[in-house]
Design a protein around this ligand. Sequence first.
Ligand code: GDP
Ligand code: IMO
Ligand code: MG
Length: 430
Amino acid sequence: MANVVVVGAQWGDEGKGKIVDWLSERADVIARFQGGHNAGHTLVIGETVFKLSLLPSGIVRPGKLAVIGNGVVLDPWALFSEIDRLAGQGVAISTENLMIAENTPLILPLHQDLDKLREDAAGKAKIGTTGRGIGPAYEDKVGRRTIRVADLADEETLDSRLDRLLAHHDALRKGLGASPIDRADLKARLMEIAPQLLPYAQPVWKIMGDARKAGKRILFEGAQGSLLDIDFGTYPYVTSSTTTSGAAASGTGVGPGAIGFVLGIVKAYTTRVGEGPFPTELDDADGQRLGERGHEFGTVTGRKRRCGWFDAVLVRQTCAISGVNGIALTKLDVLDGFETLKICTGYEIDGVTYDYLPTAAALQAKVTPIYEEMEGWQESTAGARSWAELPAAAIKYVRRVEELIQCPVAMLSTSPERDDTILVTDPFAD
Ligand code: GDP
Ligand code: IMO
Ligand code: MG
């Protein structure tokens, strides 16, 4: 049975939510495996727009099981406010259709404090995080002092976890000039939310295993993008999790053999939110036009996204790292009406040509993109649902992208709307 892992192949916001939503019709289980509520996944279904941060996008379809895996960092207050918001949009969420791994680490208010304190202290060297406490929460997980979902079931365990956690945070906060944590208040807040959260807690590794044995189809929903990966991204301007496909296994408790098709989500141009290198960034009228036509404002923070031409070097690299079997190319319609389009095919650094982005920050800072120009198209591709509706120049652009990134297009997206999608190869096909 082919399971599908969806990963962002650029700097996030490639349109993962739309594609996961479309594919979830064919899936039984939809699982998030990393990240937290730093993600903002947009689904447009007719007149209704859903914005999901923590909940797997499959939650909006009745009869599907949504799973939050152990690789995620979970802010329980953010979770319930998202559940309430979706309930207001008519989506029923209960322990019947949502399960959370009992070994999932929590994001606490102290993580958000620390995220902001650090960003403020960094000044110009800031990362430009979403301020959701993601980095500090992962630090505490790896530092073996986090509080996990299951810890909320037993007061004694919670007490000892709090002791260990606060010994660390109070020392850190002192150094940053912040007051110590009010332990009694934090404990009271956790005890208050525990009865709401615990009914969702499950041994997700076991549920995933049972689902596989029963022949169910699993769709793994990645957050962020490969260039924000903690190892392979533009470090330190990255998020704090593994955003590449391998994390689907470790972030839910299945073996790597459970990963069938890896679908990389790729925007037809490039965007990035926050700080860090961006070789093809445009600060001219073309960049402005991409941002306006693509409505490039962050779903989570509302920040303006930086825009630039398609960078085939980076996508070839991330497709290789995640073992991408096919891509979903999104937002092709945003390129409608350009006279000419540019694609970055290589880099020049100190007179040397590179076919990949080297790791050293000093080299990354000196990258000059090597472009090839392609003829644009004046016709509209917006809402196209078949190849036949695409102008020849648009097809040429897509074919050139495939060639340069060495990976085929499995799906094409031509508007935010769920059904404005062209399927080329079914990722779920065995
Ligand atoms: P994600 O984080 O990868 O799920 O992406 P976001 O939802 O943050 O950002 C993608 C934005 O582009 C959303 O507003 C989508 O509704 C929109 N979108 C997705 N696919 C397309 C497309 O093919 N064309 C256009 N014009 N917009 C799209
Ligand atoms: P989705 O799932 C785009 C970026 C932040 C910042 C960096 C670190 O919607 O694609 P963090 O808060 O994670 O410590 O911030 O990562 N970032 C995203 N950019 N899309 C996202 O998620 C992102 N999640 C984090 O802007 O540069
Ligand atoms: Mg997003």
